[in-house]
Design a protein around this ligand. Sequence first.
Ligand SMILES: O=P(O)(O)OC[C@H]1O[C@H](OP(=O)(O)OP(=O)(O)O)[C@H](O)[C@@H]1O
Ligand SMILES: O=C(O)c1cc(=O)[nH]c(=O)[nH]1
Length: 172
Amino acid sequence: MTNAQLAHRIADRCRLTGRFVLRSGRQTTEYFDKYQFEADPVLLDEVGAALAPLVPDGTEVLAGLEMGGIAVVAALGRHTGLPCAFVRKKAKEYGTARLAEGADVEGRRVLVVEDVVTSGGQVVLSTRDLRVLGANVEHALCVIDREEGGEQALADVNLTLHALFRRRDLEA
Ligand SMILES: O=P(O)(O)OC[C@H]1O[C@H](OP(=O)(O)OP(=O)(O)O)[C@H](O)[C@@H]1O
Ligand SMILES: O=C(O)c1cc(=O)[nH]c(=O)[nH]1
């Protein structure tokens, strides 16, 4: 499947119109329900394959963000062979009490993996958490960049955003 065909499939399955409130508190009339592609194992696998060439050279760990980024990172891990970490929004308060589950991130070059980026707020917060844990984070990779300031917000904290699709790719 070409990336253009994949963009059409994702837009068909995920693009909703109506009135929605976003994580950032913004309101929108267009929403991408990422779980519609993440819950389809065949489509998710296509997304993982398409993301793999976008992984920056030197990446040692793929870090998927709770919750939607977890499915995406698992698919990407299958196509790259790289170890994965699953990054919670808040550390568990029992058991191992970890914020980043799975692969160790300390001292390693970590790529943040996310499904949708809007303001960039969640990626910035989780990158800060990963850096506190000792990760070297310079890049983030998402499936959909809504092009609402996320790239600049990431640049402001020395992160480069790579996107498989931009909003305009899903509206074509
Ligand atoms: O760039 P931002 O403005 O931060 O917005 C994007 C964030 O919002 C969505 O997550 P959501 O809060 O829906 O969480 P979920 O993945 O846990 O469902 C998306 O998965 C990003 O994490
Ligand atoms: O910004 C968000 O919260 C958001 C936007 C979007 O299109 N899809 C989504 O799952 N979250």
